[in-house]
Design a protein around this ligand. Structure first.
Ligand SMILES: CC(C)(COP(=O)(O)OP(=O)(O)OC[C@H]1O[C@@H](n2cnc3c(N)ncnc32)[C@H](O)[C@@H]1OP(=O)(O)O)[C@@H](O)C(=O)NCCC(=O)NCCS
Length: 150
């Protein structure tokens, strides 16, 4: 399928992975609370295997999100961020709108995401707390990116 793109003034959201500034995305993620220390190679691989949504101002990376999905039944929204200097302009709801409008992400049985403190953003789009948390299980290795000293 062709890459999707949406424009609003000087801003663009695009799913074209060639436009992504991997260095910027890695810099943000390796310093954020949920992926601290993530190696650039892992970021690159995650981009290759996801539907990525880059936010650009005049071609410069301003934000990012990616969707991990089978494109049929399930999608997981991950690594959502707007760079500090571009925050406070409503870009994050626009990013979510574009994600949910993507033609390959229609009719899914379940969407999921994990957030520490941004529930209000996602609630606007129909996300709720888990109705049956007792049915969910996970393996979560919080030390996965810690440098191991020998
Ligand atoms: C969370 C983030 C993407 C929001 O982007 P932003 O530019 O700061 O916020 P926006 O201007 O796009 O917000 C527009 C609306 O989204 C909602 N929203 C944004 N951040 C929110 C938050 N932390 N909690 C609740 N609602 C939020 C609000 O409705 C807001 O409207 P308001 O300002 O009228 O209240 C951005 O702050 C960010 O990158 N934070 C660091 C990374 C992060 O925490 N990512 C989310 C991981 S799940």
């Amino acid at each position: 399928m062709a890459w999707q793109s949406w424009t609003l003034g000087e801003y663009e959201i695009s799913t074209d992975p060639a436009k992504i500034d991997v260095g910027v995305v890695h810099w943000f993620l390796t310093n954020c609370y949920w992926a601290r220390g993530i190696p650039e190679e892992v970021v690159r691989r995650s981009i290759e295997n996801s539907i990525c949504f880059g936010l650009y101002k005049n071609g410069k990376q301003a934000g990012f999100a990616r969707v991990i999905t089978d494109r049929a039944t399930f999608a997981y929204v991950a690594d959502v961020f707007i760079l500090l200097q571009y925050r406070g302009h409503g870009h994050s709801p626009w990013l979510m709108e574009c994600i949910l409008a993507h033609p390959e992400l229609q009719g899914l049985r379940r969407w999921a995401l994990v957030t520490a403190d941004t529930h209000g953003l996602y609630e606007q789009f129909g996300f709720t707390l888990l109705k049956h948390p007792e049915r969910w299980m996970e393996i979560h290795d919080t030390d996965v990116y810690k440098v191991r000293c020998i």
